[in-house]
Design a binder for this molecule. Structure first.
Ligand code: SF4
Length: 355
């Protein structure tokens, strides 16, 4: 900055702006009695329909709490898939995004799988259309096709393996030890992270998560300067520059485990804010800080909220249960093929657990 131009740092400015925004866009008032009424209705429907809620860590904490209270589960996509396939309920209500409902249906074709909304998808799924992906695979017949769980059933059907972020490193390491060259899709950041860790020969599809891609190393380092005693927890769908400054990198479940095991009392968390519900349960005496996403010029302090996960609510969960809205169907031929690639992941996980 030249000597003639001076910028006076005034942090109160931000406070004034925040107060102004809170005034013109106040948080909607929480109607406790309406929430209690919805929860009671959902509980009745769960019993009447012999149904169980399977919720992802990124969904509304009200849904996560209800899933736990009613004998369901809150977890990452790998555990969601396993839990649904082993539970006795006739109906699975999957609160998350569409590929999670499809995965549940593929693993348990005899059960009814409902979702609060079928509109809830994922930028990784949308950015990897089945036809274009199949053509890409056809161009590289010498490669083993490994796809991330955040893909459509049709993309899984074209793959040799499906992986979640909690098992991706182990599967790729295993394939590399067998001398396999890998075609990876769709998340380029997770793919690049896995490649860096394993040294495997990997060809990457150019996809990304619009939530994790927004985390910025600069913003996190600025926050770390204010809280030098904080650990940085990062999901590997984030850019490499963010992964480079992390104290722990991992899937949602692995980040919760890291919050427990790391000695620091404060955590800067670079993933969707929905995870705070379960993470805070696991570390009630630690302080969780939202990692900034936008850098200095952003209009929000953190945009770490998946817009699709946010479409799940108590209202649409109730109507799905009551009226059968949002049922998931997967064509049998697609399902049979996708089951092979999913089955490899589940068998691999089972082998690991029995070692
Ligand atoms: S957070 Fe990202 S990866 Fe997860 S569902 Fe949303 S867009 Fe997809």
């Amino acid at each position: 900055m030249s000597n003639k131009l001076q910028l006076v740092e005034n942090l109160d400015q931000r406070l004034v702006v925040e107060q102004y925004l809170n005034r013109i866009h106040p948080e909607p008032a929480v109607d406790e009695s309406r929430i209690a009424d919805l929860q009671a209705q959902i509980k009745r429907e769960l019993q009447a329909k012999n149904a169980v809620i399977i919720a992802h860590y990124y969904t509304d904490p009200l849904i996560q709490a209800l899933a736990e209270e009613t004998g369901g589960i809150v977890s990452d996509s790998l555990e969601m898939a396993r839990f649904g396939s082993q539970h006795d309920a006739e109906t699975l209500i999957v609160a998350g995004v569409k590929f999670m409902g499809e995965t549940a249906k593929i693993l348990t074709p005899n059960k009814r799988v409902l979702m609060p909304t079928l509109e809830a998808t994922c930028s990784l799924d949308v950015g990897c259309p089945a036809d274009a992906f199949a053509a890409f695979c056809d161009q590289h017949p010498d490669r083993t096709v490994v796809v991330y769980a955040n893909t459509s059933a049709a993309v899984k059907a074209r793959a040799d393996w499906v992986v979640t972020s909690s098992i991706a490193l182990d599967v790729v390491e295993h394939l590399d030890s067998l001398g396999k060259k890998i075609l990876w899709a769709p998340d380029k950041y997770l793919g690049s992270y896995v490649q860096g860790k394993t040294g495997a020969d990997m060809l990457l599809w150019d996809g990304s998560c619009i939530v994790h891609e927004e985390f910025k190393a600069k913003g996190i380092l600025d926050l770390k300067a204010v809280h030098p005693d904080a650990a940085v927890l990062v999901h590997p769908e984030s850019p490499q520059s963010v992964i480079d400054i992390a104290d722990a990198v991992g899937s949602t479940s692995q980040l919760i485990a890291a919050a427990v095991s790391l000695p620091q009392r404060k955590m800067i968390v670079a993933t969707d804010q929905g995870i705070f519900f379960k993470m805070q349960q696991a570390v009630p005496d630690k302080q969780l800080l939202v990692a900034p996403t936008g850098g200095n010029g952003a209009t929000c302090r953190s945009c770490a909220n998946c817009p699709w996960m946010g479409m799940n609510s108590l209202d649409n969960l109730l109507s799905a249960l009551r009226d059968g809205d949002g049922e998931i169907f997967v064509a049998p031929e697609v399902s049979a093929l996708a089951m092979k690639s999913l089955g490899r992941m589940l068998a691999f996980r089972e082998q690991q657990a029995n070692r």
